[in-house]
Design a protein around this ligand. Structure first.
Ligand code: UTP
Length: 293
C-alpha cells in the first residue's frame, strides 16, 4: 500500500461522444458491463492506492451513485440467490475510499487538477484520466510511482503514436537516461501541429506529481483551446533547472481512449473477447462477421 492519493478528473464535457454524454458523463459509458471509470479506480487500487478523489462536473450524480451502495438492489439479489451479480454490484462501493469534489466550470484539465489541492495536501499524488483505460495486465502506474520515488520528479506516461495523430495529444521532447525505462522530459507542447511536434511521443492519461505542481497551476494562464492545461504547468517544471524536473515512462502496452468513439468500440470488443463468460460466444460470431466485411 502506498500513501499516494489518486485524483481522477471526470468533469470534461465529452463533446466527442454527444449525444450520449448530454445527460451522462463519458466516464460512465459502459465498457462491456462496467463504466469506464470503474476500470480506472480498479487500476489505482491495483497499484496500492486507497484514497481516491474524483473531480466531477455537471451530471455528477451518476458517478457518485455508482460508487455508493444500493441496499434495495442488494436485498433483491440476495433474495434471488444471485450471488455473482450481488458481488459485482457490491464491488464498486467497496473498492476504495472515494471522495468527490466539483470543478464548477470545465476550464481545463489543469484547472480540474487544481481542485484537488485541499484534499491532496502536501504529498505527491497520481492523476488518472477517467476516460483513459490501461489494460489491467499492465503495471504502468506502479512503475510510475516507483520512478517518482527514485527521482522525486513529476512523472508522465509517454506512448509512441503515428505522427499524423500527435496533434491530438501533448507531445514531449526527451533525452535518454541511465535509468532503464525512464527518460528526461526537456519540453512539452500541447496538441502541436505535426510539423511543430518535438517527437511522436504522446502524453497519455497517467501522471505522478509532486505537490509543487499546484503552485505552478495557480499561475498557469489558459492555453490551447482557452483551457488551463496541465501540459503547460508540466512544461514549466521541465524548464526549471532548480525544480524537481519531469521524467517520462515509455508505455508500450494496451490503452484505449474511451472518450473517442472508435477506441471505445475497440476496447469493448477486445475486452469482451477475452472474457471467460462472453468470449466463447462472441469469437465465432466475430470471425464470421469479419469475413463478410
Ligand atoms: P478531454 O479533453 O479528453 O475531455 O480531457 P473532454 O473535454 O470532456 O473531451 P471532448 O474533447 O469534449 O470529447 C481529458 C480528461 O480531463 C477531464 C476529462 O473529464 C477527461 O477525463 N477534464 C477535462 C476535466 O475534468 N475538466 C476539464 O475542464 C477538462
Amino acid at each position: 500500500m502506498t500513501n499516494i492519493k489518486a485524483v481522477i478528473p471526470a468533469a470534461g464535457l465529452g463533446t466527442r461522444f454527444l449525444p450520449a454524454t448530454k445527460a451522462m458523463p463519458k466516464e460512465m459509458l459502459p465498457v462491456v458491463d462496467k463504466p469506464a471509470i470503474q476500470y480506472v479506480v480498479e487500476e489505482a487500487v491495483g497499484a496500492g492506492i486507497h484514497d481516491i478523489l474524483v473531480i466531477i462536473g455537471r451530471n455528477k450524480n451518476a458517478i457518485s451513485d455508482h460508487f455508493d451502495s444500493v441496499p434495495e438492489l442488494e436485498v433483491k439479489l440476495q433474495q434471488k440467490g444471485d450471488h455473482g451479480r450481488l458481488e459485482r454490484v457490491m464491488k464498486s462501493s467497496d473498492l476504495a475510499d472515494i471522495h468527490f469534489v466539483r470543478q464548477g466550470e470545465p476550464k481545463g484539465l489543469g484547472h480540474a487538477v487544481l481542485r484537488a489541492r485541499t484534499h491532496v495536501g502536501d504529498g505527491s499524488f497520481a492523476v488518472l484520466l477517467g476516460d483513459d483505460l490501461i489494460d489491467e495486465s499492465e503495471s504502468l502506474l506502479a512503475e510510475m510511482i516507483a520512478a517518482h520515488e527514485r527521482t522525486g520528479a513529476a512523472v508522465i506516461a509517454l506512448m509512441e503514436v503515428d505522427p499524423e495523430q500527435i496533434h491530438l495529444y501533448g507531445a514531449a521532447a526527451i533525452e535518454s537516461t541511465d535509468d532503464d525505462g525512464v527518460v528526461t522530459v526537456t519540453g512539452l507542447v500541447e496538441k502541436p501541429a505535426a510539423a511543430d511536434a518535438p517527437s511522436n511521443l504522446a502524453v497519455i492519461g497517467r501522471y505522478v506529481l509532486p505537490p509543487s505542481i499546484f503552485e505552478v497551476l495557480e499561475r498557469t494562464e489558459p492555453g490551447k483551446g482557452g483551457e488551463i492545461q496541465l501540459t503547460d504547468a508540466l512544461q514549466e517544471l521541465a524548464a526549471d533547472a532548480d525544480g524537481p524536473g519531469v521524467v517520462g515512462v515509455i508505455f508500450r502496452g494496451r490503452r484505449y481512449d474511451t472518450g473517442d468513439r472508435v477506441d471505445y468500440i475497440k476496447a469493448i470488443v477486445q475486452l469482451a473477447v477475452e472474457r471467460d463468460d462472453l468470449g466463447a460466444e462472441l469469437r465465432p460470431w466475430l470471425k464470421e462477421f469479419a469475413a463478410r466485411l
